[in-house]
Design a protein around this ligand. Structure first.
Ligand SMILES: NC(=O)c1ccc[n+]([C@@H]2O[C@H](COP(=O)([O-])OP(=O)(O)OC[C@H]3O[C@@H](n4cnc5c(N)ncnc54)[C@H](OP(=O)(O)O)[C@@H]3O)[C@@H](O)[C@H]2O)c1
Length: 116
């Protein structure tokens, strides 16, 4: 199993359909995850989803930030906050780039494809 111990990974799209599974897989592998979103409400939803599956150690490595990455100024603020709060990112990933990892985990755990 690939370890992300001590690495900071930014997941763009963490609050979408696929993102929460990717974030969970990364946190379970020891990563610190920075998850930007335009919506406080979606961030609450992400945290709620993860709280059902992770202990405090895992959840403690999740850093959520509100900001629109398509806006240059907001993206610069998000970037700065990520470095300050989560550390210099080892990688920036969109969900589809790590979907295979999350999917393998879910199938191994539950015996079928994940839903909601
Ligand atoms: N759904 C699937 O079954 C599936 C399977 C394999 C691969 N994929 C691929 O995975 C990717 C994500 O799919 P999805 O279904 O999870 O998408 P989705 O539910 O539409 O989610 C889109 C994500 O992108 C974020 N986002 C969009 N614009 C943003 C911006 N300007 N600033 C910050 N965040 C922004 C959204 O965050 P906020 O709205 O919170 O800001 C949300 O977290 C796509 O490329 C898709 O093709 C999807």
């Amino acid at each position: 199993m690939q370890s992300f111990n001590g690495q900071t990974v930014v997941v763009a799209g963490a609050t979408g359909n696929v993102g929460p599974f990717v974030v969970r897989a990364l946190l379970e592998r020891g990563a610190s995850v920075a998850a930007p979103s335009r919506s406080e409400e979606k961030i609450r939803g992400l945290r709620e989803h993860l709280s059902q599956h992770l202990d405090e150690t895992g959840s403690g490595r999740l850093h959520t930030l509100v900001g629109d990455l398509s806006d240059e100024r907001e993206a610069a603020v998000v970037r700065q906050r990520i470095s300050e709060e989560a550390g210099t990112p080892a990688a920036v990933r969109s969900p589809e780039q790590l979907w295979d990892v999350a999917l393998r985990d879910a199938v191994a755990r539950e015996g079928h494809m994940p839903s909601g």
